[in-house]
Design a protein around this ligand. Structure first.
Ligand code: PEP
Ligand code: MG
Length: 588
């Protein structure tokens, strides 16, 4: 039995067989081919092309019938590339002339194509570079005889499995089928990356930041993934497996017990109500939101509608989507956050940078992206406005860092409203608009921003990374990513104070809101709303219902006096234990 230590990303336990997605950067050595072997070598290349063709044709058919024609076009383009005679002849010609192996020539040609395409100053052609890279790697895999598990066929696994990968993007995670992917673990990544957030939403246990797990683990090995502790056990013994089965049963029972709170208000013992809402990324999560008793949706991350596709969603498609969500929640509110693309949420169709270029693009996302593409932004604003008729919808802008951004966004919203009025298309004239507070400058300028909005929602995932200079995606600095850091506590306190002085309600939709240890603190600091993933909601409700607001204020005051984040966390954990030593049991 071996223990691999990582970072908890999404709670839950899973035991099963591994499927390892090895890193796709293959090392290809220069290999010379004897004259007599040239024809068989070329034949080997043609065979690899043909196998790749069959593989892509299958994906094309499947995506076309199960997802849609627009999505399947990606693979149609891949098929065309595979048939490109100039590409094929260049490789065949070089194998013959230079007497080098097919994989070596192919890698070389691919490299040249990819770098030539990525230098072109045209978003569409730039995007072709990743198509060529993708297709090239598939051919290489056939030539090198490397078995391929890809995320496209993960959902066709012959048995439910646990996935280990170097990294997974949020869009790759979003399409995982939870009945097939029991859990996943990655070499890299941080606890509040969007990949981790989606795993929580989909209720797939996950561990990130394991280091070299893809090197050390192999297909078929048996593992236990503990998403609570952030560890993976390789080939666990009988005793440990039994222990985990018992833990799973106990947790399932606790969860059923917590669900009994579903229809009860999230109100402290002395009558302070905190609106408990849910975060969603995909419309399919609405059922879970309702099952867990949310009082609304406090953060709808709409950017996921723009991912895994080649064309932008038009106004009509967005309208249908927002309306479908809002109608199911009505009359409860749905806060639609305008797209926050960029950062770790990539949308290839928008020609945003790939991960290699990410460092220089940290701030190129969200409202900045939208203001630079007013056409795209206004389509979304119109769709949200139109969906607001007869539903309870609010709008929230991400990554506001100062007044101009907020005023410019509101200016475009006003334009969208005027267009609709001119076209006699109805919308909710009183729709509330809020700003996310997730950039340190927005905290300090909260009094200025407050004049332009109806509410603030604190996005701690980004606020912590920008305030503490700790990249939320990087496992190496994850130990510094402290929601209870004194500076963060002071920021939250300031935003609540300024918000309330300006008659705004103040919520929190970052992952900190879902930390049981922080619930008393946030209640005591006067938060009006907490928005968390659906599965995390009942436990937060249990704490609020067992707490006393006046006492929570004292806890918050004392927490603010500690000099370190660790000290605050220990104190809050002790207070939480004092508050409710006995969790809700099923049937209680
Ligand atoms: C946040 O930053 O806390 C937040 C809720 O936004 P996201 O996680 O989508 O960046
Ligand atoms: Mg954010």
């Amino acid at each position: 039995m071996e223990l691999l230590k990582g970072i908890p990303a999404a709670p839950g336990i899973a035991a099963g067989k591994l499927v390892v997605l090895k890193r796709a950067d293959y090392v290809v050595h220069r290999r010379e081919i004897a004259q007599a072997d040239l024809n068989p070598e070329i034949e080997r290349f043609r065979q690899a092309l043909s196998n790749t063709h069959t593989e892509i044709q299958e994906i094309y058919n499947k995506v076309g019938s199960e997802i849609g024609d627009a999505e399947s076009q990606i693979f149609q383009a891949h098929l065309l590339l595979l048939d490109d005679q100039i590409f094929i002849e260049e490789i065949v010609g070089r194998i013959r002339q230079e007497r080098l192996s097919a994989e070596y020539v192919l890698s070389d040609v691919l490299q040249q194509y990819v770098s030539a395409f990525s230098r072109i100053d045209d978003a569409y052609l730039k995007e072709r570079a990743s198509d060529i890279d993708d297709i090239g790697k598939r051919i290489l895999r056939h030539l090198l005889g490397i078995p391929h598990h890809s995320l496209q066929n993960l959902n066709e696994l012959s048995e439910p499995s646990i996935i280990v990968a170097h990294d997974l993007t949020p869009s790759e995670t979003a399409v995982m089928d939870k009945t097939k992917v029991l859990a996943f673990a990655t070499d890299v990544g941080g606890p509040t990356s969007h990949t981790a957030i989606i795993a929580k939403s989909l209720e797939i246990p996950a561990v990130v930041g394991l280091g070299d797990a893809t090197e050390r683990l192999n297909d078929g090995a048996r593992v236990i993934v503990d998403g609570y502790k952030g560890v993976v056990y390789l080939e666990p013994d009988e005793a440990l497996s039994r222990e985990y089965k018992e833990t799973e049963k106990r947790l399932a029972k606790l969860e059923r017990g917590l669900l009994q709170l579903r229809d009860l208000p999230s109100e402290s013992l002395d009558g302070r109500c905190v609106n408990l809402s849910a975060n969603i990324e995909l419309p399919e999560e609405v059922s879970s939101v309702i099952e867990h008793g949310a009082e609304g949706i406090g953060l709808y991350r709409t950017e996921f509608l723009y991912m895994n596709r080649k064309e932008l969603p038009d106004e009509e498609e967005q309208l249908q989507c927002y309306q479908a969500v809002a109608r199911r929640l009505c009359p409860k509110p749905v806060i639609i956050r305008t797209i926050d693309l960029g950062g770790d949420k990539l949308a290839s169709l928008l020609a945003l940078p790939d991960r290699g270029d990410m460092e220089s693009y940290r701030g190129w996302r969200a409202i900045r992206f939208c203001l630079a593409h007013p056409g795209i932004f206004k389509i979304q604003l119109r769709a949200i406005l139109r969906a607001s008729v007869h539903c309870n919808i609010q709008i929230m802008y991400p990554m506001i860092s100062g007044l101009e951004e907020l005023q410019d966004a509101n200016g475009l919203l006003e334009e969208a409203k005027q267009e609709l009025r001119d076209q006699e298309i109805p919308f909710d004239e009183h729709l509330q608009v809020g700003a996310m507070i997730e950039v340190p400058s927005a905290v300090l300028a909260a009094d200025i921003l407050a004049k332009e909005v109806s509410f603030f929602s604190i996005g701690t995932n980004d606020l912590i990374q920008y305030a503490l200079a700790v990249d939320r995606l990087n496992e190496k600095t994850a130990y510094l990513y402290e929601p209870t850091h004194p500076a963060i506590l002071r920021m939250i306190q300031h935003v609540v104070k300024v918000g309330h002085e300006n008659n705004l309600w103040v919520g929190m939709c970052g992952e900190m809101a879902a930390m049981p240890a922080c619930a008393l603190l946030l209640l005591g600091l006067g938060m009006d709303e907490l928005s968390v993933s659906a599965a995390a909601l009942p436990e937060i409700k249990r704490i609020i219902r067992n707490a006393n607001y006046e006492q929570a204020k004292l806890v918050a005051e004392k927490a603010l006096s500690f000099p370190t984040g660790k000290g605050v966390l220990e104190y809050l954990q002790t207070e939480l234990k004092k508050l409710s030593p006995e969790p809700v049991e099923e049937g209680a």
